[in-house]
Design a protein around this ligand. Structure first.
Ligand code: FES
Ligand code: FES
Length: 140
């Protein structure tokens, strides 16, 4: 249907024109994570100021789902408190499990990936960048 088509366009746009691609220098938090099922990997760097994700960038190699998800994720968490970033991750996880999710906060483009919940093998692709983000916050 039209919504699926729109979502597919949003995903392809993030894949072809990734937002926040690269590596932050200085004292940024750096997290490496890979998807053991395929070997794809992501490097996430986050600049943290007073419990806020002031900036975030990702680098790596992976399928269209993982790379577009990383692009959307960095876009969504920039400027957010740790608490809100973790809340977004929980919402994304609910979305991936096909559960009802809290849409009271601005989800930006991440809803475009909700269809992934129907493809269990790809859920790990979509959640890879979110897991990296949570790991970084937990370790900081
Ligand atoms: Fe095929 Fe992730 S896109 S396993
Ligand atoms: Fe490896 Fe999607 S196939 S992250």
């Amino acid at each position: 249907n039209n919504l699926d088509t729109l979502y597919r366009q949003v995903i392809m746009d993030h894949y072809k024109n990734p937002r926040n691609k690269g590596i932050l220098e200085d004292d940024s938090l750096t997290i490496h994570m890979n998807n053991p099922t395929c070997g794809d990997r992501i490097q996430l760097t986050m600049k943290v100021e007073d419990g806020i994700v002031a900036d975030a960038k990702f680098d790596g190699e992976g399928c269209s789902i993982s790379m577009s998800s990383a692009s959307m994720m960095t876009q969504a968490i920039k400027g957010k408190t740790f608490e809100d970033a973790v809340k977004l991750s929980k919402i994304f996880s609910d979305m991936m499990q096909g559960k009802d999710y809290d849409d009271e906060i601005d989800l930006g483009d991440i809803e475009a990936l909700q269809g992934v919940s129907k493809f269990p093998a790809r859920i790990k692709c979509a959640t890879l960048p979110w897991k990296a983000m949570e790991k970084g916050i937990n370790e900081s």
